[in-house]
Ligand binder design. Structure first.
Ligand code: BGC
Length: 438
């Protein structure tokens, strides 16, 4: 007899043979994107490269990519000592992210003002800006939003220079003493923060609410105009969350995509990132219930509500090691899912593991593709700087990624080292700003 839910396990499998085809397709998309041709990978030039480690100064950083906004002051000594970081977290209202440029950037400028005021800092300051959305960068301090992701929709930002929008908002708040000198994506910030002390770091990855990977590429391989950029290498922001070929998609992915605010876009992100993992679990459990396999065929009304089950809930379910999944049962009861018995709780936990193991394998495939483009036989060690709640908090996520690298390269897979890098988007922005201002 097959174990329960083996059919679901088969739908969420991502075996190594299939993964090799995915990696080949991914690298094909990388090349097309670098050449400026049609591709699901935007392959965006960042005008930044790995730092030398000698960047120094007292620099501000703004980290914007979710409703939690961080403002930081970094102290960089440039002599191998760990940077100091002093930061505050601020919260955007849900209304801000769907408003317009003036409202959104006005709120952010006031956060910066409050940060300076609390510390009695006069300035002037250079600031590095981490903006974790796809930007068409035109230089280190200029870039236009291509498209909103992660459910954001503030009007008047797409196709506008976000540095100019922020500088204008700062001026409106009387904060001309803060000058935004550089713009970067969170993946780039994370890579730069780690590379500041780890020369083997040549990729940056976010596995949080959204997902994305950047990596270091030879400038000669970039077919797009790069203005006056003179460096031999440049970090490329792939916007890998939008990759859409040879993915192990199933009917649940299709349903999630159709009901999303951006159908047809961000397919990899919808299979991997924290914004969607809980929703995939909900869809599977609702389907099992509708087929009479759970809840006696009558699931609690809650299971018809998109978004009620979150990535944090999946984490908690996976962490419950009791035979009857007791904690999952009380979690679901607490959420209002009456009638949840041990059978249902165990099923929710199993589905949580299946959905997140596939996510980890896709995340590993994306990193493997990026890193092996320039080093197919893994002749060198590579650190991938990774940040984000999915990587950090999901039990077994990192281990599943490491296992995948070993399946791909049985002898050398351990040469790809995914390393948790906290605060990368804040610190990295400060390092980039310091290197720009020098
Ligand atoms: C954005 C990327 C970002 C990633 C992680 C995606 O939705 O498009 O720019 O790097 O989320 O925050």
């Amino acid at each position: 007899m097959s174990a329960p839910f083996d059919d679901i396990a088969a739908e969420f499998a991502f075996p190594i043979g299939r993964m090799r085809a995915t990696i080949a397709a991914f690298q094909d998309e990388m090349r097309r994107g670098l050449a400026g041709g049609p591709s699901s990978l935007k392959m965006l030039p960042t005008y930044a490269d790995n730092p030398t480690g000698r960047e120094r100064g007292s620099v501000l950083a703004l980290d914007l990519g979710g409703t939690n906004v961080r403002v930081l002051l970094a102290g960089l000594t440039g002599d191998g000592r760990a940077p100091t970081l002093d930061g505050d977290k601020f919260k955007l209202e849900p209304a801000h992210i769907v408003s317009d440029a003036e409202v959104l950037f006005g709120a952010i400028a006031r956060f910066i003002g409050r940060f300076l005021e609390r510390r009695g800092l006069a300035g002037p300051f250079n600031m590095g800006f981490t903006f974790s959305f796809p930007i068409r960068q035109l230089g280190i301090d200029r870039g236009e939003l291509i498209v909103w992701t992660k459910g954001w929709s503030a009007a008047g930002v797409v196709d506008h220079d976000v540095v100019a929008l922020l500088n204008r908002a700062l001026a409106r708040e009387g904060l001309e003493r803060v000058r935004v000198v550089s713009l970067n994506n969170d993946t780039t910030g994370t890579q730069v923060a780690r590379a500041y002390f780890d020369p083997a770091c040549d990729a940056g990855c976010i596995l949080g609410t959204g997902t994305n990977v950047c990596y270091r590429e030879r400038t000669a391989a970039v077919g797009k105009p790069l203005d006056a950029y003179a460096g031999e290498a440049m970090i490329i922001n792939m916007e890998s969350g939008n990759f859409n070929r040879e993915l192990p998609r199933n009917r649940f992915d299709a349903a999630l995509d159709e009901a999303s605010e951006n159908p047809g876009e961000q397919w990899t992100e919808k299979m991997v990132s924290g914004k969607y993992l809980g929703e995939l679990v909900r869809l599977v459990v609702a389907d099992l219930a509708a087929a009479g396999r759970l809840y006696g065929g009558r699931p609690p009304a809650l299971f018809a509500e998109p978004g009620f089950f979150t990535s944090e809930h999946v984490c908690a379910a996976k962490a419950d090691v009791s035979a009857g999944a007791d904690a999952v049962r009380s979690l679901l009861a607490g959420l209002g899912a009456s009638g949840t018995g041990a059978g249902e709780a165990v099923a929710v936990r199993r589905v949580g593991w299946l959905v997140s193991a596939r996510a980890a394998r896709i995340a590993a495939a994306v990193l493997a593709a990026a890193i092996s483009k320039g080093d197919p036989a893994l002749d060198r060690p590579h650190t991938a700087a990774v940040d984000g709640s999915v990587f950090e908090k999901h039990p077994g996520f990192k281990e599943e990624m490491e296992k995948t690298f070993l399946e791909l390269w049985p002898e050398r897979g351990a040469r790809i080292r995914p390393a948790l890098t906290h605060d990368g988007s804040g610190l990295g922005a400060a390092i980039i700003a310091a290197s720009t201002a020098r």
